[in-house]
Write a protein that binds this ligand. Structure first.
Ligand code: ZN
Length: 182
């Protein structure tokens, strides 16, 4: 995969709705993809990115909320507590911002890029981003959390995104309506 072909898949692309497969054996190819995902995330000023967002249905995510980069393989939430609601944007749904209610504290078990088992205790923003990215691995998007009112507000935006996908046109640069891009 060359860098020029690496681009964010947008709402309407079926790859975003597929359930991702677990990685059985971590290889150099996975490390390569994770490095490219991290680069793309930083380029797009995102704080998280999941493999399906670049068209790969394998359970890999990258996250950096400012406290360091996590490259996670087969992440799983093993415990969750409390609740919080943060306005989230998504690099795959540009121009859309949805307030999503999620757990405030979670524990995630995963493998790192060297196949070592790791456990992350996360809260607040980091917990939010990890849950958002793990949702991507199950084919779930922020639009699925939209309230009735949200749905009315974003209806035209989503139609526009799907139209873009069909016309194969490159998306124009979005004005970032949401502070957090995941
Ligand atoms: Zn996202």
């Amino acid at each position: 995969m060359s860098e020029t072909t690496l681009k964010i898949k947008l709402f309407g692309d079926p790859v975003l709705r597929k359930k991702s497969k677990q990685v059985r054996e971590v290889t150099g190819a996975h490390r390569d993809i994770l490095a490219k995902m991290a680069r793309l995330m930083y380029e797009q000023s995102g704080i998280g990115l999941a493999a399906p967002q670049i068209g790969i249905n394998e359970t890999m995510i990258v996250v950096d909320v400012g406290s360091g980069l996590y490259k996670l393989i087969n992440p799983q939430i093993v415990s969750s507590k409390g609740s919080q609601a943060i306005e989230e944007g998504c690099l795959s749904v540009p121009g859309v911002c949805i307030k999503v209610k999620r757990a405030k504290k979670i524990i995630v078990k995963a493998k790192d890029e060297n196949s070592r088992a790791i456990s992350i205790e996360a809260e607040d923003l980091l917990a939010c981003v990890l849950q958002h990215e793990i949702d991507h691995l199950r084919g779930k998007l922020i639009v699925d959390y939209a309230s009735f009112l949200d749905k009315l507000k974003i209806k035209n935006k989503l139609k526009e995104l799907e139209k873009r996908l069909r016309s194969e046109k490159l998306p124009k640069q979005e004005t970032k309506s949401c502070k957090l891009q995941l």
